[in-house]
Every structure is written in C-alpha cells, then in structure tokens.
Design a protein around this ligand. Sequence first.
Ligand code: FMN
Length: 171
Amino acid sequence: MNVLVAAASRYGSTAAIAEAIGDVLQSRGFEVTVTRPQDVAALSEFDAVVLGSAVYMGHWLEAPIALAHRIGTDLPGRPVWLFSSGPVGDPSKKFAQQMDVDPVDLQEVQKATSAREHKRFSGKLDRHNLRGLQRVGLSLFRTIEGDFRDWKAVRLWAGSIADQLSAANAA
Ligand SMILES: Cc1cc2nc3c(=O)[nH]c(=O)nc-3n(C[C@H](O)[C@H](O)[C@H](O)COP(=O)(O)O)c2cc1C
C-alpha cells in the first residue's frame, strides 16, 4: 500500500510532524511518500492520504486546501486523514485555549476529501521567525513561545492510521 503524507509548513515544525507520521507508517510496512502538498504530482499511485497543515490566523495554508480538492476528484473513496498543527502555548493559559479550535477551512477540506478523521496537534513558535508587529505581539504573550509538539500523541495517531490500513488490507 502506498501512503501519501503531505503537509504544509511555513517554518518546518509541521513538516517534522509529517515526517514522524511517515516514519511510523513506514515502520509498519507501508510504502510512504512524505512531501509538501504543492509538490504532489500524480495522485493515482496512492492508496491512502494523510494531509496536514500549519494553522495561521485560524486558517490552513493554501496548498493543502488545493490538494484536498484534487484528492476529492482524483481519489474518490480512498481513505484520508487530516491533521492541523497550531495551538501553541501552555494549554492551561487562556490564549492557548483560544487557539485550540478547528481551523476555519476544516469543513471545506473534510467535505472535499470525505476524511475519516481530523486531529489537532500542538505546534512550535520560535520568535526568530517573527517580524515587526508579530514580534511585538509575542512580547505580550510570552507563554506561547516554544516547542509544544507532542511526539507521543503524533506517533499514537499514526499508529492508529496504520492499524486501520492494516485491517482494511487484511479484509
Ligand atoms: C502569526 C501567527 C499566527 C498563528 N495563528 C494561529 C492560529 O490561528 N491557530 C493556531 O492554532 N495556531 C496559530 N499559530 C501557531 C502556528 O500554527 C504554529 O506555530 C505552528 O506550529 C507553525 O507551523 P510551521 O512551523 O509548520 O509553520 C500562529 C502562529 C503565528 C506565528
């Protein structure tokens, strides 16, 4: 089984989550391609897709949304899983909690792909990636800076995808 793991990332932290998902799937015996959504050429070789995006100002990036529509057209009926990487900050703090909501585009992406599931993972925020007003904003909300990625949660989720694909293969 060929599995595509495509995720959009501005600063690399979501791409690393995609790599971790790919590693788990590969260790479970699947053929895996991990790439950026904008680099996906033909979809027809893939039996399943994991599609993800970093969330900025409540939205997925554009390339994975465009790919979701291609998946709907080119791979009808194939299993698709979605993930978002976004919330940053101490989960007990209000600001992080406000971010911890589904991205605005989720409905559109879910409708296009008929995805089985959508998972939200915590992300990473590095002040060096921010400029101007964003950097000033961060100084007011220092608790959101840092790496909040939960690798155990990522690997668990990837394992559950592998379980579902293995069960489908065996049926
Ligand atoms: C300007 C800015 C806006 C953001 N907006 C959101 C948001 O609305 N919701 C959210 O969950 N995370 C938001 N984040 C957090 C990012 O999604 C998080 O840092 C993510 O891990 C970045 O992934 P990347 O390194 O792959 O680009 C924002 C981060 C920045 C810098």
